[in-house]
Ligand binder design. Structure first.
Ligand SMILES: [Zn+2]
Length: 256
């Protein structure tokens, strides 16, 4: 994975590979990593049929994304499309969703944001439809902090450039958002951080929904969540790799 400024260096050094330890993942191309993200996140409930887009901006400014025609659960590395920074397809016969504008605008507005992910997610989508923010009840719900904006100025789909620009601007410097009556949005510095944010948002939403169904509970305090949220900086140690290995075991051809 790429290295960026601002990482928790002490944690990286503490959990660096030990001499002789086997690699946690094989060498993966950028496209293979995007395909892996699609496979991992569809399993987490970010899986509304062919909806949803992952964009990953490379160092040269080009952007990798999933094709419109294929579901996240079936695509492979060679299906991943390269766009120039203006969103024009460089190297694929597949199409890209017209709703890609929100992603391009977020990448342009936020140089730190190399990954943008949107889908009509299962559990966080329930809270988006209720126009409520799920409380944090347990450890795995708290890895990315408590603050979760709810963007409720929904005026149709994000295929309209003005609508998507107002959403991109409203997001400000948030790491994620619930889009009322629509879905969920997560951004990240890299794929690893974005993965933790997606799985944490989905876990938190599922757990809070189940706690509410079971009669309610006592959420963690903001102070307690703050202690858990140190994971947000680097991603939870080894989690991205473990979930990626699971997909590679299930379908080794996804890197082709
Ligand atoms: Zn959408």
């Amino acid at each position: 994975m790429k290295k960026y400024e601002g990482l928790n260096q002490a944690m990286l050094e503490q959990y660096a590979p030990r001499p002789g330890q086997r690699a946690l993942l094989p060498e993966l191309s950028d496209k293979a990593q995007v395909a892996l993200m699609c496979r991992m996140l569809t399993r987490e409930g970010w899986n509304e049929h062919i909806a949803g887009h992952i964009t990953y901006r490379l160092d040269n400014g080009n952007i990798l994304t999933n094709p419109w025609e294929l579901a996240w659960g079936e695509l492979t590395a060679s299906d991943i499309v390269t766009l120039d920074p203006q969103g024009q397809i460089i190297d694929s016969d597949w199409n890209v969703t017209p709703a890609i504008g929100l992603h391009l605008q977020l990448h342009a507005l936020r140089p730190d944001t190399h990954v943008v992910i949107h889908n009509h997610a299962h559990w966080s989508g329930i809270w988006a439809c209720m126009q409520r923010v799920p409380p944090v009840y347990d450890q795995a719900s708290g890895y990315c902090g408590v603050e979760l904006p709810l963007y409720n100025e929904y005026e149709g789909t994000f295929e309209d450039q003005a609508t998507s620009l107002s959403a991109a601007e409203a997001l400000g410097d948030a790491k994620w958002a619930l889009l009322a009556n629509h879905g969920s949005l997560v951004v990240g510095r890299d794929l690893r951080q974005a993965h933790l944010r997606v799985i944490t948002l989905e876990w938190r939403s599922k757990r809070a929904y189940e706690v509410a169904l079971a009669g309610g509970g006592k959420p963690l305090s903001d102070e307690e969540v703050k202690k858990l949220s140190i994971a947000d900086d680097n991603g939870f140690p080894f989690c991205w790799e473990a979930m990626a290995r699971k997909e590679l075991r299930l379908d080794p051809t996804l890197v082709d």
